[in-house]
Write a protein that binds this ligand. Structure first.
Ligand code: GLU
Length: 468
C-alpha cells in the first residue's frame, strides 16, 4: 500500500479551537501510526479575514500540544497561480463556464425562488451562453452533473449519498478573480497527495461538490472521515459562551498538554474503558474507525481530573520548568529560594492545575510569610513562645535535616513537652507557610532547609511576643 498522507488545514481567522486541535490530533495520530506523513496547510484564501497573528496562534497551539508536522505550513495565498491554471483547464474542457449574472440579479432570483417555496438554486442562465461577453465581469461556475447521485463511504459515518439535482453550479472563482474554498481544497489535497481527509463534520455537505471536482479534474478521490462536532453541556455546538475554546487559554488556565491531548482524543474516540493514554499508547492504539458517530460533550471536570492525574504523576523537573512563567506572574523568582523541583514534589499530589501548583509554591519563596489572621487568632497561644523556643533549640541539634528525622524529632518533642501534636503542628505550619493548609510540615522543612526553617520560626516567635 502506498504511504498514507494526512493534513490539517485550518483557516487563520482566530486561535486554535479545541475542535480544530482534536481534528489535527486525529490526523497526526493516524499519520504516526501508519508511518505516513502529516501536512499542515494554512487556508488563507479569505485574505480579508486571515491574519499572521492567527497563523502564529495556530502554530503555537500545535507546538504546545506536540503535534509536529512533516511538511508545510503551505499557504494557499502562495498558490493562486496553480488554482488559476485549473480554472483555465476546466473552462477549456467545457467543464466550467463564465457566469455574468450580477449579484443583484442572483439575489432577485433567490428571493423569487424563496417566495415560490422553491429551494434557491442557480437557474443555469449562463450555462447556455455561447462565447464570451468581453469587458463584462464574470465569475466561473463549475458545471455540476445534474442527474444521478454522488456518494462516498465515510470512515466514521458510513455511506453518505447526495442527489446531484440538489447541487447547483458552484462558483469556483469569484468575479474579483479569487478562487473559493471548495475548489482550492480539492486542488491542494490532490496535488499534495492527500490520501485521507479527516475533518469536522461541518464539511460533510461540501464533500459531494469536492468529489465532483476531483472527478472533473481527473484526480483520484481521497477517503473521507468526518468527525462529529464538540458540544457544550447544553448540547449546542461548543462556543465561547460555554467557556474557553482556545487551546492556549487552557495552557494559561494551568492545563498540561498531555492532559489536553488525552482529553481531546477521548472526546469521540475510545479503546475499551481505558481513560489514561500516553502519546505512545495513542499512536499504537488509535484507529479512525473507532471514532464515535455521536458528538462529544466538553466536560471541564473530566479535563481537570486528567490534569490532576498528569500533575500528580509528572516528572518534578519538567513540571518545575513549566511552572516558571506562572511563578513570574506571581512575582516569584524561583532562582531565589529552594530548588523548584523539590518544591513541586511536595505539592504535585494535590494540585489539579498549574495555577494551584503555583499558588501552593509561593510561600516557599516569600521571605516574609504573611500570617493568616484567623489561623493566628486560633493557634498563637500564650504558651507558644516557650514552645517555639524549645523547638528551635532542638532543631538546631538535628544533623540530618530531612523529613523522616524531623518527624521523629517532633514526636520526641511532644513527649518531652507533654503536649499533643495538635498544639505544635499548626503553629509551626503558620510560621512556615502563613496558614493552616500546606504540604506535610516535615517535607516543607526539609525543602526550606534548617537555616530558613529556624529563621521562619524565630520570626513567628517575635510576632507572638509582640502580640503580647
Ligand atoms: N479550512 C477549513 C476549516 O478551517 C478546513 C477544510 C478542510 O479540512 O477541508 O474549516
Amino acid at each position: 500500500m502506498s504511504e498514507i498522507r494526512l493534513r490539517f488545514a485550518p483557516s487563520p481567522t482566530g486561535y486554535l479551537h479545541v475542535g480544530g486541535a482534536r481534528t489535527a490530533l486525529f490526523n497526526w495520530l493516524l499519520a504516526k501510526k501508519e508511518h505516513g506523513r502529516f501536512i499542515l496547510r494554512i487556508e488563507d484564501t479569505d485574505v480579508a479575514r486571515s491574519t499572521q497573528e492567527s497563523v502564529d496562534a495556530i502554530l503555537e497551539g500545535m507546538r504546545w500540544l506536540g503535534l509536529d508536522w512533516d511538511e508545510g505550513p503551505y499557504y494557499q495565498s502562495e498558490r493562486f497561480p496553480i488554482y488559476k491554471e485549473s480554472v483555465a483547464k476546466l473552462l477549456a474542457e467545457g467543464k466550467a463556464y463564465r457566469c455574468y449574472c450580477s449579484a443583484e440579479e442572483l439575489e432577485k432570483k433567490r428571493e423569487e425562488a424563496l417566495a415560490e417555496g422553491r429551494k434557491p438554486k442557480y437557474d443555469g442562465t449562463c450555462r447556455k451562453l455561447q462565447g464570451e461577453l468581453p469587458g463584462k465581469p464574470y465569475a466561473v461556475r463549475f458545471k455540476s452533473p445534474q442527474e444521478g447521485v454522488t456518494a462516498f463511504d465515510d470512515l466514521i459515518k458510513g455511506t453518505i449519498t447526495f442527489n446531484n439535482e440538489e447541487l447547483d453550479d458552484l462558483i469556483i472563482q469569484r468575479s474579483d478573480g479569487t478562487p473559493i474554498y471548495n475548489f482550492v481544497v480539492v486542488i491542494d489535497d490532490a496535488t499534495m497527495g492527500i490520501t485521507t481527509v479527516i475533518r469536522g463534520d461541518d464539511h460533510v455537505n461540501n464533500t459531494p461538490r469536492q468529489i465532483q471536482l476531483y472527478e472533473a479534474l481527473g484526480y483520484p478521490v481521497p477517503r473521507f472521515a468526518h468527525v462529529p462536532m464538540i458540544l457544550g453541556a447544553d448540547k449546542a455546538r461548543l462556543s465561547k459562551r460555554h467557556g474557553a475554546t482556545s487551546v492556549m487559554a487552557y495552557r494559561d488556565m494551568g492545563f498540561l498538554p498531555e492532559a489536553m491531548v488525552n482529553y481531546l482524543v477521548r472526546l469521540g474516540w475510545s479503546h475499551g474503558d481505558q481513560e489514561i493514554f500516553s502519546m505512545a499508547e495513542l499512536v499504537e492504539k488509535f484507529t479512525i474507525e473507532a471514532v464515535g458517530r455521536s458528538a462529544g460533550v466538553f466536560n471541564t471536570d473530566k479535563l481537570l481530573w486528567l490534569n490532576h492525574h498528569y500533575i500528580m504523576n509528572g516528572d518534578p523537573q519538567r513540571l518545575a520548568e513549566l511552572l516558571v512563567p506562572f511563578l513570574k506572574e506571581r512575582d516569584v523568582d524561583p532562582a531565589k529560594g529552594p530548588s523548584l523541583p523539590a518544591v513541586v514534589k511536595t505539592l504535585q499530589e494535590r494540585a489539579k492545575t498549574m495555577l494551584e501548583l503555583a499558588d501552593g509554591a509561593v510561600f516557599y519563596y516569600r521571605p516574609e510569610v504573611v500570617y493568616d489572621a484567623e489561623a493566628t487568632a486560633k493557634f498563637f497561644k500564650p504558651e507558644l513562645p516557650s514552645l517555639y523556643q524549645a523547638l528551635l533549640a532542638k532543631l538546631e541539634m538535628l544533623a540530618d535535616f530531612s523529613h523522616q528525622p524531623i518527624e521523629t524529632l517532633f514526636k520526641e518533642f511532644c513527649t518531652e513537652q507533654g503536649i499533643k501534636m495538635g498544639q505544635i503542628g499548626p503553629p509551626v505550619r503558620i510560621a512556615l507557610c502563613g496558614g493552616t493548609v500546606s504540604p506535610s510540615i516535615y517535607e516543607v522543612m526539609e525543602v526550606l532547609g534548617k537555616e530558613e526553617t529556624r529563621r521562619r520560626i524565630a520570626r513567628a516567635l517575635e510576632f507572638v511576643k509582640a502580640q503580647g
